[in-house]
Design a protein around this ligand. Structure first.
Ligand code: AHG
Ligand code: MN
Ligand code: MN
Length: 340
């Protein structure tokens, strides 16, 4: 088969690095290792439907190896590869209560926060799932060795890079190092990501809204008023918006980024946990907020704060998240702050 020559993700990373003579190549090295982990997870995701055939999770497969659940597999793949890559000094994962230390002699100058498998309720039904990552420069001195929790608890504005991998109808990697958002599609036949979506900008106006409407009874009145408003008919200003909700943040975000949309996971009163939102600051809200601002959109909590400005207090802190096309995030904010 003839394929046009594409720009590989490694080429793209090296070309961007060349624009910065002061760069040491460590961030490029970190991203390259992470991409290998992503390709490993992607291959496993493609086999997930066969889990019942080759052996259920938690059991032993026909080769006598124990079969891991996909979220455990994704967590172990990233953790093991990145702990020994030499570029990170500390990590945190949704799947681990505590900070993940890195092997001695392998401490680098970056930290990594990740959600190894986002949308885990969608694994068994063959819908899109993803991986999310956020990278910061360490604050503690390199001579100290391993990084500390303080290196991980940094604001979104301080991110050196952030991105996600979506395991959808094809596997895509979307990331930013602060110079725009770029998307790469995996060609599984050669095992390479090729640049398919350079310089992604989110449309200023949303076509879609994404929220779990099953929580309506638990929302504040102002969120209810906003959702009722975008469902009203007004052809001049594009209402009603169309509803789309997958229940995988990566997939809902990706669609809205490409097509224009707004995603909301506000705080709700369903249980004590959700009084401050459901999604996690360090490896869900913050990386997406970084990407959306790079793409011309906005991300807020709804109580007057921008996601990127929040000082994290703990590794698994939750926040309300409202993210997407600028016009629409501004509009939600007006409703939530009582200006409409
Ligand atoms: P995870 O699978 O990593 O636990 O994340 C699930 C998250 C996110 O992907 C999604 O947007 C949200 O939970 C869906 O929550 P609801 O089922 O409450 O709508
Ligand atoms: Mn998640
Ligand atoms: Mn997860």
């Amino acid at each position: 088969m003839n394929r046009p020559l594409g720009v590989t993700v490694s080429r793209h990373i090296l070309d961007s690095q060349r624009m910065h003579p002061e760069a040491t190549g460590e961030l490029s090295g970190l991203l390259s290792e992470l991409i290998v982990a992503a390709k490993t997870i992607s291959a496993e995701v493609n086999m997930a439907g066969l889990a019942d055939v080759i052996g259920l999770s938690g059991k032993t497969n026909i080769q006598g190896e124990s079969v891991q659940k996909l979220d455990e597999f994704a967590n172990n793949t990233i953790k093991k590869r990145m702990a020994r890559c030499g570029y990170v000094c500390a990590m945190t994962s949704e799947e681990e209560d505590d900070i993940i230390p890195v092997a001695e002699c392998y401490e680098g100058k970056y930290t990594l926060a990740f959600d190894p498998l986002d949308g885990s309720t969608n694994i068994d039904v063959n819908a899109s799932i993803g991986t999310i990552f956020s990278i910061h420069r360490r604050r503690s001195s390199l001579t100290i060795g391993q990084g500390t929790i303080d290196d991980l608890l940094q604001k979104g504005t301080a991110q050196a890079a952030a991105g996600y991998i979506i395991y959808g109808s094809s596997t895509m990697l979307v990331f930013s190092t602060g110079e725009g958002v770029h998307g790469f599609t995996l060609d599984p036949s050669v095992g390479e990501f090729f640049l398919s979506h350079p310089n992604i900008q989110i449309p200023d106006r949303a076509k879609y809204f994404s929220i779990n409407e099953g929580n309506t009874a638990y929302w504040d009145e102002n969120i209810r008023r906003y959702i009722a408003y975008i469902k009203e008919v007004n052809k001049q200003d594009g209402r009603p918006l169309s509803g789309r909700y997958i229940g995988t943040l990566v997939a809902d975000f990706h669609r809205n980024l490409i097509s224009g949309g707004i995603f909301l996971y506000p705080k709700d009163s369903k249980d004590a946990n959700k009084l401050s939102g459901k999604l996690r600051l360090l490896y869900e809200a913050s990386p997406f907020a970084y990407l959306i601002e790079q793409a011309g959109g906005r991300a807020i909590t709804g109580d007057g704060r921008n996601i990127l400005d929040i000082e994290p207090e703990s590794l698994h802190q939750r926040v309300p998240l409202i993210i997407g096309s600028k016009y629409d995030v501004d509009m939600v904010e007006d409703f939530l702050l009582g200006r409409r």
